[in-house]
Design a protein around this ligand. Structure first.
Ligand code: AMP
Ligand code: ZN
Length: 467
């Protein structure tokens, strides 16, 4: 049984899909997508990798998954307190381009990062600016039910009107809220109230603004995900996920709007990935101190080495990035590819599973189903790689199966024509030859021949051939 940690209940729970259709159930998965005013940094990408693993584990458990991701191209302000600039307008000014150009460019870059990291494409991508009408409708619904009020700069959600507001919060968030000295927008009634619709400031013209029943303006950031989640997955849907920074505000406010408008929870399971940090600091796009996937590639590492690095830590633990860590990840993944290329069978014939093979598979499933325990799953994989009591053919098939979760591209590894063992023996023989130790070098040649390979010495050097 698949167990997942639910932030809402603060427990690992058995995963029971909401919809049990005939055969395989269809799981609704919503993941908050990027704000496309700059490249995604490797911290953001850690969260998308966690969600990709989650999706792969659901599929491994025979569910079908409808994965919806939004592209935030309006309304995400530089501060969570409903003040500050719209990140998109800020990005456009920085690059002297239109907001629409910025959005297009960074959306494309984001999708390319996903591809490089072998992250499966969401079933649906939705842009916030394509759902403005629906967002206005939701705000009207909230207004009719008495959950909103208007101040000088926008329409706000009154969090004091909703029983149980902040149910996603753990102790940490509650303390944070209690101690928060939020710079309040004039007229805002409670610190936790949030903007549903912001008005274009008088005398200003925004690049992105729309007419509304209240005044010309743009939606607040927390409304888009509610609209896109419900319109694509219904209410409630199964799983909503994102990074832990979304617990206290963004997801809390999504839950509040859905509860107030529909009287229902937005999602059954809420899952959050912990942060990737650089030394002691959290990495923030807005602070400029970021590492991108392209930075990693420029330094000679492969994107999949980054994926491997992420797999090495549990998604609910903080991970500190270092160049040493990615170097180790690159070495490990190279080593893995080499092992796979050595054992890759020539024939595609299916292999019969053995007891030991089944034991590996069971342990692997146990690990991935224990709230996505990837470090444990990797440890099991390495045990298998090193296990000499299992045939190469069965080992290979199991590794390819495990890679359905890891996504390290093991199925693309080509078979090396010359096994490492042979190459090592040839190197040793060369050494003996240089030392003019003919007896030893002849012994090596025989050993190599017993293993099915011949050596042809020529002026161009030594050639190894299969015999
Ligand atoms: P944003 O583009 O800022 O909306 O963030 C996109 C996703 O990345 C969200 O799910 C965030 O929670 C997540 N995120 C932001 N910073 C980090 C970080 N340093 N480590 C892991 N995830 C992050
Ligand atoms: Zn969201």
């Amino acid at each position: 049984m698949l167990k997942l940690y639910n932030t809402l209940t603060r427990k690992k729970e058995d995963f029971k899909p909401l919809q049990q259709t005939k055969g395989r159930s269809l799981v609704g998965l919503y993941a908050c997508g990027p704000t496309v005013y700059f490249f995604a940094h490797i911290g953001n990408l850690r969260t998308y990798l966690f969600e990709d693993i989650l999706k792969r584990v659901l599929i491994y458990n025979k569910h079908r998954v409808k994965h919806v991701m939004n592209i935030t191209d309006v309304g995400h302000l530089t501060s969570d307190d409903d003040i500050g600039e719209d990140k998109m307008e800020k990005g456009a000014k920085r690059e002297k381009k239109t907001v629409w150009e910025i959005a297009r460019f960074y959306t494309r870059a984001f999708k390319n990062d996903l591809k490089l990291l072998n992250i499966r494409k969401p079933s649906v991508f939705v842009k916030a600016t394509d759902t403005i009408k629906e967002q206005i409708k939701l705000i009207e619904k909230l207004e009719k039910k008495g959950f909103t009020y208007k101040v000088l700069d926008g329409v706000y959600f009154d969090s004091s009107k909703l029983q149980n507001y902040g149910e996603l919060w753990g102790e940490k968030e509650k303390q944070l809220k209690a101690g928060a000295r939020v710079k309040m927008v004039a007229g805002k009634k409670n610190p936790t109230d949030f903007a549903l619709w912001k008005f274009t400031p008088p005398g200003e013209k925004r690049q992105m603004e729309w007419e509304s029943p209240w005044a010309k303006g743009f939606p607040g950031w927390h409304t888009e995900c509610v609209v896109m989640g419900i319109s694509n997955l219904g209410i409630p849907f199964d799983i909503h996920c994102g990074g832990i920074d979304h617990i206290p505000i963004h997801h809390t406010n999504e839950i509040a709007q859905a509860k107030a408008a529909y009287g229902k929870p937005l999602a059954k399971y809420w899952m959050h990935g912990d942060f990737l940090v650089l030394k002691e600091d959290k990495m923030a796009k807005s602070l400029g101190d970021v590492i991108l996937l392209s930075t990693i590639i420029e330094k000679g590492f492969s994107p999949l080495a980054y994926r491997y690095l992420i797999l090495n830590a549990h998604y609910r633990s903080l991970l500190t990035f270092s160049w040493e860590a990615i170097t180790n990840a690159q070495n490990s993944i190279n080593n893995l590819y080499e092992k796979v290329s050595e054992i890759k069978p020539i024939s595609k014939k299916r292999v019969k599973s053995t007891k030991i093979g089944r034991e590996y598979k069971d342990k692997f499933i146990q690990a991935i189903n224990d709230d996505l325990d990837m470090p444990q799953a990797l440890a099991i994989m390495w045990h298998l790689v090193k296990d000499e009591t299992i045939s190469n053919q069965e080992k290979y098939h199991l590794l390819i199966k495990f890679d359905k979760i890891f996504g390290l591209g093991l199925n693309k590894v080509k078979k090396t024509r010359i096994p490492r063992k042979i190459r090592e023996l040839v190197v040793q023989r060369e050494k003996y030859r240089l030392e003019k130790n003919w007896v030893k070098s002849d012994e090596m040649r025989k050993e190599i021949e017993i293993l099915g390979y011949g050596i042809e010495d020529s002026v161009q050097g030594t050639k190894i051939v299969k015999i």
